[in-house]
Design a protein around this ligand. Structure first.
Ligand SMILES: [Zn+2]
Length: 327
């Protein structure tokens, strides 16, 4: 965690006009929860993309991916006009490690390596500690795929948004929810792209488009190293659940909300070998970039097309079109 924190500070030094750090809450153990805001300043009102990693402590490949993602977009925008265009229209809000307390705990020793939850104490009378942050959001909270036993690894908390880490995301994203085009939350493992909702009784209004975009993203992932990622709702391809950040984001009206479950399929599980970090990041980057490009183009190229259509109507009205050749 200190290495990641130093790296974040270094990025701001190296790219002061493009990268800034925002602290948007504190963990139970009073650590600042911080994100990297990345984008080109145009003076215009911009849209936004959300990405968080490390909400579950033991899923170490996730924080690695957030770092890879940030490094990639910062390397490419100067040489790739498409990335430059997206950096002008969109601010990327990337939280490399959301559950910092749990993440540090999972690094302590082999007996805590598989810790999943945060580090807040359980309700009085319970000797266990920690709440599953991805069961604690205000989205059909406590209804399915959770435990009320504070010793369980999927303990959902004593009420929705009881945890400071959940509260931080809820406040920050909630304040500017109309700006966010997509919400990507990164986990492992299972090689899945999960879309809302976790409760089998509810279907997202844009389910078909979420599936279409998800399947195309999985195809991009496959192109990198031939790994198959399965796409679908949590109850259809994994298990039903409630209180996830993905579902909460979709309920807020953020149209494209996905959970990435990175490698592997269970051979090593959460303890993914070091030599798989790089290829896992490479393939997931292609998938994430597909989704982000799609939502960008849907918003901004749609606007260009509308402007062109308006201009065309004006030209028609003035008769100028007679000398224009349609291409
Ligand atoms: Zn997870």
């Amino acid at each position: 965690m200190p290495e990641i924190t130093n790296w974040m500070a270094q990025l701001v030094k190296e790219h002061p006009d493009v990268v800034s750090i925002l602290n948007y809450g504190q963990t139970y153990e009073n650590r600042n929860i911080s994100l990297l805001k990345i984008g080109l300043n145009t003076g215009e009102k911009k849209k936004a993309v959300w990405m968080d990693c490390g909400i579950h402590a033991r899923e170490w490949i996730a924080p690695a991916f957030c770092q890879y993602f940030v490094a990639q977009i910062l390397q490419t925008y100067k040489i790739d006009p498409k990335m430059e265009e997206m950096m002008k229209n969109i601010d990327f809000y990337v939280t490399p490690v959301l559950n910092m307390d749990g993440y540090i705990h999972s690094w302590k020793n082999s007996s805590t390596r598989l810790w999943r939850k945060n580090m807040s104490p359980g309700p009085s009378g319970c000797d266990c500690y920690g709440t599953d942050l991805n069961r604690n959001f205000d989205a059909n909270w406590g209804s399915i795929g959770v435990s009320y036993n504070c010793c369980s690894s999927i303990f959902c908390g004593h009420k929705a948004v009881s945890e400071p880490e959940t509260q931080a995301v809820t406040d920050f994203v909630g304040r500017q929810k109309d700006d966010f085009l997509c919400f990507l939350t990164i986990h492992s493992y299972g090689q899945l792209l999960l879309l809302p909702y976790g409760h089998p009784n509810f279907t997202a209004s844009n389910y078909d488009e979420l599936m279409k975009v998800g399947l195309a993203a999985a195809q991009e992932i496959w192109k990198a190293h031939g790994k198959n990622y399965t796409v679908g709702t949590s109850p259809n391809v994994l298990y039903p659940n409630s209180g996830s950040s993905r579902d909460w984001a979709r309920l807020q009206g953020i149209p494209f909300s996905y959970t990435f479950e990175l490698r592997d399929n269970g051979t090593f599980g959460f303890e993914l070998p070091e030599d798989q970090i790089q290829p896992t990041c490479e393939e997931a980057y292609r998938g994430a970039l597909y989704i982000i490009t799609y939502v960008h183009d849907k918003t901004f190229n749609g606007a260009v097309a509308t402007a062109a259509a308006t201009l065309w109507t004006m030209l028609l009205a003035t008769g100028v079109t007679s000398s224009i050749t349609l291409m």
